[in-house]
Design a binder for this molecule. Structure first.
Ligand SMILES: C[S@@+](CC[C@H](N)C(=O)[O-])C[C@H]1O[C@@H](n2cnc3c(N)ncnc32)[C@H](O)[C@@H]1O
Length: 411
């Protein structure tokens, strides 16, 4: 059985994350927002993924993209499927990506399926579509991923249609808590979204270790899925308020950090103490004050994941001179940091660092000069088969400072 993931707002980031974890050969794009991963859905750790919003298991592929033929197929299989479900009301939802249909037709199909299932004596509730795709909130609210739920997703793949069933959607409540409810926040340091922190960690960590491949299908329904303890540790030398450390701990890694400012060290400690009130984590952690351009870390870490110094935040577009000045300040700090840590890590150690880039036109960026001299600094830049280097950049249209993700290995 294969897994299918629907990628987030910037599909390239989610795709690179999956390539890092599962390898390029395991991935097959379906359209531009969806990817089939050649891994058993029981073994896919969806909660670790920052770049995917929906996780499905592939049921079948149909040799048609004609909605009427798809409906005929559904009406044929739905009664049989309903008989495999536990007793009680069945909850049905339909989502469509890339097929030539509309909300009215989807609803009509849902009603025809409902009738066919009711003829077997089972009651069904159809979740109405407000759009072609049901959103995460609708799926959670209507318990469509529960034991009596059946949310089907239809994705156009050339002249075929992949049919998949939703297993899980992202835990919006937990992400919101981890993003907005931490006690120590600082708008000047910037707010690294937890999902982006997960992507950075996964890009740095590389292939999923065997121990992380927990069989979630063996965990009784309703019980929380325990995060495995992975036996590896991450270092964030620009830890700020500690989002990378927080996410790494929740993913089962040991997590160590340092920051130039003692105030930030105190913030991270406060936030990690708060995290313990909400979540269970058992891996070691530590934070210390230190300047990343010359500090010698005593921590035992396996890889480096961080959002480096991004320069001062801008609310309006600065002049080219100001951008150049900020860029050279950041370039100096990050270059010195890379030189410093290169002397302290083994050959082959992976790093994923988010560095600043400044948006100076639609999808155009001023980059730091150091990206052209990574080899001289002692690093190889990793490339991805499914994603161009230029697309590894997290930004919003209205943001001036973007985060460019560099994935490096020490030579
Ligand atoms: C963009 S913030 C990182 C925010 C962080 N990801 C978080 O979760 O809050 C960059 C951090 O780098 C720190 N910093 C700046 N220069 C540094 C240096 N030379 N060594 C270590 N930390 C530095 C700043 O104090 C700031 O906390």
């Amino acid at each position: 059985m294969q897994s299918l993931l629907i990628l987030g707002r910037q599909p390239a980031l989610g795709l690179a994350e999956l390539e890092s974890l599962y390898g390029a050969n395991a991935l097959q794009m379906v359209g531009n927002q969806t990817v089939i991963v050649d891994i058993d859905p029981c073994l896919l750790a969806f909660d670790r993924l920052g770049g995917s919003v929906k996780f499905c298991k592939v049921l079948t592929t149909l040799d048609t993209t004609d909605w009427r033929k798809i409906e005929q197929f559904l009406v044929g299989v739905a009664p049989g499927h309903s008989e495999t479900m536990p007793e009680g009301k069945m909850l049905l939802g339909l989502s469509v990506i890339g097929l030539d249909t509309n909300i009215r037709q989807i609803e009509a199909t849902g009603l025809t399926m409902k009738k066919a299932i009711r003829n077997t004596g089972r009651s069904v509730r159809l979740v109405p579509n407000k759009a072609l795709e049901l959103n995460s909130a609708q799926i959670i609210h209507n318990k469509l991923t529960g034991l009596n739920g059946w949310e089907l997703v239809f994705i156009r793949d050339g002249n075929k249609t992949v049919v998949a069933q939703t297993v899980k959607v992202q835990d919006i409540e937990s992400y919101t808590r981890r993003d907005r409810e931490r006690p120590k926040r600082d708008s000047k340091v910037g707010m690294l979204p937890p999902k982006l922190a997960q992507i950075i960690i996964n890009l740095a960590a590389g292939e999923v270790p065997e121990t992380a491949l927990k069989n979630i299908c063996e965990i009784p329904a309703g019980e929380p899925i325990p995060m495995p303890t992975l036996g590896a540790s991450v270092l964030d030398p620009f830890c700020g308020t500690g989002v990378v450390l927080q996410e790494a701990l929740l993913m089962g890694y040991g997590a160590y950090g340092s920051d130039l400012e003692q105030r930030m060290v105190d913030f991270t400690e406060g936030n990690l103490a708060w995290l313990k009130e909400w979540y269970v984590y058992e891996t070691p952690t530590g934070v210390i004050q230190g300047d990343a351009t010359h500090y010698k870390w005593a921590y035992d870490f396996d890889f480096v994941a961080c959002e480096t110094y991004l320069g001062r935040p801008f609310t309006s577009r600065p002049s080219p001179e100001i951008i150049n000045q900020t860029a050279s300040e950041c370039n100096l700090i990050i270059r010195k940091f890379l030189q410093n840590i290169a002397t302290q890590i083994k050959s082959g150690t992976r790093l994923c660092i988010a560095i600043p880039a400044w948006q100076n036109g639609y999808n155009q960026f001023k980059h730091l000069p150091l990206i052209d001299s990574l080899a001289d600094l002692g690093y190889n830049r990793m490339s991805f088969e499914h994603v161009r280097d230029a697309d590894l950049i997290y930004h919003r249209e209205d943001q001036i400072v973007a985060r460019q993700l560099l994935v490096l290995t020490k030579q």
